[in-house]
Design a protein around this ligand. Structure first.
Ligand code: GLV
Ligand code: MN
Ligand code: MN
Length: 428
């Protein structure tokens, strides 16, 4: 039994229960979608995963509701009326061909904390809210963290037609198709007065914790991300009939841009910057036709906001130069832009103290990935607790791996953190 100094309350999580829940969510995957889990943002399958959460939390005696953005929230009452909530949770949507831990680990952690607190009759002054955010992954619509952005007031109903998936479905249409009324999303905005703090457990999605053998991670800063699309317009023509010097090939221009972006992000000034061209759409995508059109999707990540925006501008400027030199038409569109967020010392200290109390090793590290907590930091102080990712830290891949023991350890630290925030926060 583990003891939290702040409250004297004991909770012990079990790896087998964690594994069973992770497996239950892993089974909710698009059939015939290839390896790994595919449960995209704002699909009926994502809603089904939220329903599993709802059923489990109701069974644990919590009040559960789904807000107008499709975020699902379960509340465990506090003992002092009128105090703001302390929250924890993550997301249940995935990228295509994902692993089974990204987002799910944090939701399972929230579910386990709720269950353990109920089983052990743990009381707390503040209400505790266990949250599943909708549509965290940017894989479908380009913008990450849509559910939490709506909660934070960063995305509104007016934005929903700006985003389309690969099939041309808009975010508005996808929401409607999964039973969410897009005209009402602004009702999902979280009121600052209702929230005291939020803590998200997540897998690291990198290899720092595993390779250094330091156990858990306390995040100090979450990287920002600037995403844009570049449309290159050349001339589709016969691959046999057109001599090399007479071509306007959109794909060779794109290839040059991909390599320039890689080179830029790899120089000394950009130590820590990450630039990725993760998607290329080629038209007509036929072996015997010179590619007439090519669309690149570029993602620039950094913990330094000025460098993040300067790098995005530089990639765009160099891409335009390539296009001009090759006589290729050029157009760019901004898809999404989120700033890096430094996480407050208050919540970091609570997590570090919880690790110390439970005798768990931890290190401070930045998050390379985006997270819902980044958006929720607009509403209340947030913290992030990382669990080691094995297999070289791969994520957004079926090879993603974390151990149930590490997640269990994270759940116990999360529980202790929530209880220490409950007693330590000056909220009433
Ligand atoms: C979220 O998974 C991200 O792309 O950072
Ligand atoms: Mn995630
Ligand atoms: Mn992800």
């Amino acid at each position: 039994m583990k003891r939290t100094a702040a409250s004297g309350t004991t909770v012990t999580a079990t790896p087998a229960t964690v594994t069973a829940l992770i497996d239950e969510f892993a089974a909710l995957s698009e059939p015939r979608s290839g390896p790994g889990v595919t449960r995209l943002a704002y699909t009926p399958l994502e809603r089904r995963a939220h329903d599993v959460f709802t059923e489990r939390m109701r069974a644990a005696g919590l009040r559960v509701w789904t807000d107008a953005a499709g975020n699902t929230i379960a509340e465990r009452q506090g003992t002092v009326a009128g105090l703001p909530a302390i929250g924890t949770g993550s997301h249940l949507d995935s990228v295509p061909n994902a692993g089974t831990f990204d987002g799910v680990a944090g939701v399972v952690a929230a579910m386990e904390v709720a269950r353990l607190f109920t089983e052990n009759a743990v009381t707390h002054r503040h209400p505790l809210r266990f949250v599943v955010f909708a549509a965290e992954e940017g894989a479908r619509f380009g913008q990450a963290c849509t559910g939490s952005r709506i909660a934070a007031g960063l995305t509104t109903a007016a934005d929903l037609d700006r985003f389309t998936d690969a099939e041309g479905t808009t975010l508005r249409e996808a929401m409607r198709g999964s039973g969410i009324d897009p005209d009402r999303v602004d009702e999902a905005t979280w009121m600052r007065a209702e929230w005291a703090a939020f803590v998200e457990l997540h897998i690291e999605q990198g290899s720092v914790l595993d390779s250094s053998g330091t156990g858990l991670g306390v995040v100090d800063v979450i990287s920002g991300s600037t995403r844009f699309r570049v449309d290159l317009h050349g001339r589709a023509a016969h691959s046999g009939g057109t001599p090399m010097e007479l071509r306007i090939d959109a794909l060779t221009a794109a290839a040059e841009i991909v390599l320039i972006a890689e080179e830029l992000a790899s120089d000394d000034e950009h130590d820590g910057t990450r630039v990725t061209v993760g998607r290329l759409d080629v038209e007509p995508n036929s072996i015997t036709t010179i590619p007439g059109d090519c669309r690149l999707y570029v993602d620039v990540r950094d913990v330094d906001p000025a460098r993040q925006r300067a790098t995005a501008d530089e990639v765009l400027a160099r891409a335009r130069t390539v296009a001009d030199r090759r006589g290729v038409g050029f157009r760019s569109d901004m898809l999404a832009d989120a700033s890096p967020v430094a996480l407050p010392q208050l919540v970091r200290d609570a997590m570090a103290a919880a690790c110390d109390q439970l005798d768990r090793r931890y290190r401070i590290l930045p998050s390379g990935a985006s997270h819902d907590s980044q958006m929720i930091s607009r509403v209340c102080p947030v913290g992030m607790l990382f669990v080691p990712s094995l297999n070289h830290g791969v994520s957004h891949s079926p090879d993603e791996l974390s151990t149930a023991e590490d997640i269990t350890s994270g759940i116990e630290v999360l529980a202790a953190t929530l209880l220490s925030l409950d007693t330590g926060l000056q909220t009433g």
